[in-house]
Design a binder for this molecule. Structure first.
Ligand code: ADP
Ligand code: MG
Length: 262
């Protein structure tokens, strides 16, 4: 669909708000809409993307890349659902000899391997998540309506803004009852791009190692497709054009021996 990889990190401030679940379902919705998607589990300390997808272990993982023993392209696996995944190693000693600073290069090496890269991140706003926020084009926040989660989400948004990473918006997850949308938008100062209701089918699918979008048929299904449509919408296409121009400009600068600062 496109020549340039669009890199989006799914972040929060707080753990357990639904990042991994949202990443997986959004990835499948994007795939169903024609995009070639890679999902990367960058939550190296407590990875669970593979687990949620019923994939216990892939021969090569992100850990091998961060250890310098594999190229990122060797770690991409196509899941039975159609989405491509890169998992992190769940073993206890998996963090041995890891250099997380290699993540920037690894992400950029995925250029031309897909249309969209969705990155699932760790629970807290630690240095690893900050590296990811620096490396991507945009972030999407996931939060629930708990005061603490919203306060932590705001902190993450401000961090992203400080380092000039675009905040696409926020997905409010596990909503029960009526949502004070305006109040939350005002507090976070970013648009709400999706509202996902609390849904037992979603937690059931996690337990079963299945993707909710593929397995169940409840109201939230359309919500994931709506967010995917927004991501692939007109502003996305406008951005692509801009990136194409920027890439051409960079190419010319490189040929002249002048390297742009990005
Ligand atoms: P995070 O990645 O932010 O730590 P998870 O995606 O692992 O969060 O979600 C934590 C738990 O909440 C999982 O068991 C998941 O199935 C469940 N969950 C996520 N979203 C919903 C929802 N909308 N309704 C019900 N359960 C949900
Ligand atoms: Mg998670």
């Amino acid at each position: 669909m496109r020549k340039y990889l669009h890199k989006i990190a799914i972040v929060s401030g707080k753990g357990g708000v639904g990042k991994t679940t949202t990443t997986i379902n959004l990835a499948l919705a994007l795939y169903h809409k024609g995009a070639n998607v890679i999902v990367l589990d960058a939550n190296i300390t407590t990875p669970n993307l593979g687990l949620y997808l019923g994939v216990i272990k892939t021969p090569k993982t992100l850990n091998d890349v961060l250890r310098g023993t594999a190229h990122i392209s060797e770690t991409v696996y196509t899941h039975s659902s159609g989405i491509n995944i890169i998992t992190s190693d769940m073993a206890v000693d998996a963090l041995k000899d890891i250099n997380f600073n290699k993540i920037y290069q690894a992400i950029n090496d995925l250029e031309n391997h897909a249309d969209i890269l969705l990155i699932d991140t760790a629970a807290t706003l630690g240095s690893e998540t900050q590296r990811i926020i620096e490396a991507v084009d945009e972030i999407v926040l996931v939060t629930n309506t708990d005061k603490g989660a919203l306060a932590d989400a705001l902190k993450t948004i401000e961090t992203a803004k400080k380092i000039k990473t675009i905040v696409m918006g926020v997905i409010i997850n596990r909503v029960k009852g009526k949502l004070a949308k305006d109040k939350i938008e005002k507090f976070l100062n970013v648009p709400i791009i999706g509202v996902i209701k609390h849904d037992n089918n979603i937690s059931k699918s996690t337990e079963q190692g299945k993707i909710y979008l593929k397995t169940y048929n409840s109201k939230n299904k359309n919500k994931y497709y709506d967010i995917a449509t927004m991501i692939l919408g007109p502003s996305y296409r406008k951005k692509l054009k801009k990136e194409e121009k920027r890439s051409l400009f960079n190419y010319v600068l490189k040929q002249l021996g002048i390297f742009p600062k990005y």
